[in-house]
Design a protein around this ligand. Structure first.
Ligand code: B1M
Length: 214
C-alpha cells in the first residue's frame, strides 16, 4: 500500500531519493496525482514553513525540502498535464519583484495550460515594467501574479498599478495568488480583479472573468 505519510515525512526532512521513490510507488498504485499534490506535497511544505517560522529549521533545510518537493513534482507533472484542444486565451504569469518562490506559480502554470490557456511564464523576481511590456506584446487576456512574501505586498500593489496605468489594451484582467496575499488586500487594496487561494481557483476565476463557460 502507498506510504503517503512516509512520503510527506521524506519531503519535510528532504530525503529526495526516498520521496521520489515513494511518489512513483503511490502513482503506480493508482493514487490520484492531483490529490497527491494537494494532500501530501503541499501540506509537507506547510510543515516546513511552520518549522522555519519557529526557528526549528533554517534556510538550507527549507531549500532541501523545496528541491525534494520539486523532484516529486517532476514525477507527477506529466500525469497532471492534459492536452487541451481549445486555446481560451493568453495568461502572462510571474512571481513579483523581490520574490524567488516559484513552486506555486509553476503549479498555476501547469493547471492553466492543461485547461486550455497559453501561458507566458516570466519567471521570478519580475519587475512591474516587465509585466506591462509582456502583457502588451503578447496581447494578454490576463496577468497572473504570485507573491509569497509579506514584503512583496508593495510590489503587488505597484505591479497592478503599472498594468492599469500602462496602457495595456483590451482591459487586461489581473489575478493574484500566493501565501502572503489575502482576498481583501488583492481585490480591495490593490484593485486587481481576483484573488486565487490555489491554482484550481486561479483557473476558475480566470474563466469567470473571461466569460468562458466550458
Ligand atoms: Co520561503 N518563505 N523564503 N522559501 N518558503 C515562506 C513563503 C514563509 C511563509 C515561511 C515561513 O516563515 N513560514 C516565509 C515568508 C514570511 C512572510 O513574508 N510572511 C518565507 C521566507 C521568510 C523566505 C526567505 C526570506 C527566507 C530567508 O532567506 N531568510 C527567502 C526569500 C527569498 C526570496 O524570495 N527573495 C525564502 C526562500 C525559500 C526557499 C528558496 C528555501 C524555498 C523556495 C523554493 C522555490 O520556490 N523554488 C522556500 C519555501 C519552499 C517556502 C515555503 C516553506 C513553501 C512555499 C511553497 O512552495 N508552498 C513557505 C511556507 C509556506 O508557504 N507555508 C515559505 C507550496 C506552494 C504550492 O504554495 O506558493 O502558496 P503557494 O502556491 C499556491 C497558491 O498560493 C496559489 O496556487 C498555488 C498552488 O495551489 N498561487 C497562485 C500561487 N501563485 C499563484 C498565481 C496565480 C494563481 C494561484 O496566478 C493566476
Amino acid at each position: 500500500m502507498a506510504d503517503l505519510e512516509g512520503l510527506k515525512q521524506a519531503v519535510i526532512v528532504g530525503k529526495r531519493l526516498d520521496a521520489v521513490e515513494l511518489t512513483k510507488q503511490a502513482v503506480g498504485e493508482g493514487v490520484d496525482p492531483q490529490e497527491l499534490v494537494n494532500s501530501i506535497l503541499i501540506p509537507a511544505l506547510n510543515v516546513v514553513g511552520d518549522r522555519f517560522e519557529k526557528k526549528e529549521i533554517f534556510v538550507p533545510e527549507m531549500m532541501i525540502a523545496a528541491k525534494t518537493m520539486q523532484a516529486c513534482m517532476d514525477v507527477v507533472k506529466p500525469l497532471l498535464r492534459k492536452e487541451a484542444k481549445i486555446v481560451h486565451g493568453t495568461v502572462v504569469l510571474g512571481t513579483v519583484y523581490g520574490d524567488l518562490h516559484d513552486i506555486g506559480k509553476n503549479l498555476a502554470k501547469l493547471l492553466l495550460e492543461s485547461s486550455g490557456f497559453k501561458v507566458i511564464d516570466l519567471g521570478v523576481g519580475v519587475r512591474p515594467k516587465t509585466f506591462v511590456d509582456a502583457a502588451g506584446a503578447q496581447k494578454a487576456d490576463v496577468v497572473g501574479l504570485s507573491s509569497l512574501l509579506t514584503t512583496g505586498d508593495p510590489h503587488v500593489l505597484e505591479t497592478v498599478k503599472a498594468i492599469r496605468e500602462g496602457g495595456v489594451s483590451g482591459g487586461v484582467k489581473i489575478v493574484c495568488g500566493g501565501a502572503a496575499l489575502t482576498r481583501r488586500f488583492v481585490e480591495e487594496t490593490c484593485g486587481a480583479d481576483a484573488f486565487a487561494k490555489d491554482a484550481a481557483e486561479g483557473v476558475r476565476k480566470i474563466k469567470e472573468l473571461l466569460g468562458i463557460t466550458q
